[in-house]
Design a protein. Sequence first.
Length: 199
Amino acid sequence: MAPYRNLEEYNIEITNEVKDHFAKIMDDLGEDVTREGLLKTPERAAKAMLFLTQGYKQDAEEILKGAMFAEKYDDMVIIKDIELYSLCEHHMLPFFGKAHVAYIPNGHIVGLSKIPRVVDVFARRLQVQERLTHDILECINSTLKPKGVAVVIEASHMCMMMRGVQKQNSVTTTSGFRGQFEKIETRNEFLKLISADLS
Ligand SMILES: Nc1nc2c(ncn2[C@@H]2O[C@H](COP(=O)(O)OP(=O)(O)OP(=O)(O)O)[C@@H](O)[C@H]2O)c(=O)[nH]1
Ligand SMILES: [Zn+2]
């Protein structure tokens, strides 16, 4: 299966089922689903939700394996400030922010774009930030088998902003380190580089 699908390829039966559920929810919320402005809303909402959860149908390992190249470079590779949008599994509201990913090659490098693609595969599911962090970390670790891998995610959670505790400025940071990043000097070098403004 191709790792990225167009909306046109969405299963029509599933899209229609999700659409009907959205129409029912809107009706339960007190809306008039027959008014003009809302006629296409259940279908749009269904397609939006299917887009935002397309990661269930994608294979992150396959994405990485598709662009691994033998190379002797064995210093740190960092892709920082990868924007991410996910949905919290408790409220199905967005959380969003940035991921910073690093690895130290062990005979193979990976196509740079594949790292943000892997972030998206795991972000486009119902998630908690901790599991998202580990999903990315473990996938890179087990597929690329690098000497080390590190993932830091900084995110804001809409369920803590629009509702609930209503804190607008809190940012949650999660991190995971494997291999050489478990050594304090390597980890500190990575943390220093992701916080540095090199411009
Ligand atoms: N650890 C973790 N918690 C999350 C994440 N996203 C949302 N949450 C939290 O999940 C918790 C669910 O708690 P509950 O008490 O069951 O739900 P609730 O009554 O809606 O809680 P409040 O948000 O405090 O109103 C809340 O504390 C959320 O802030 C996440 O990615 N990681
Ligand atoms: Zn939540």
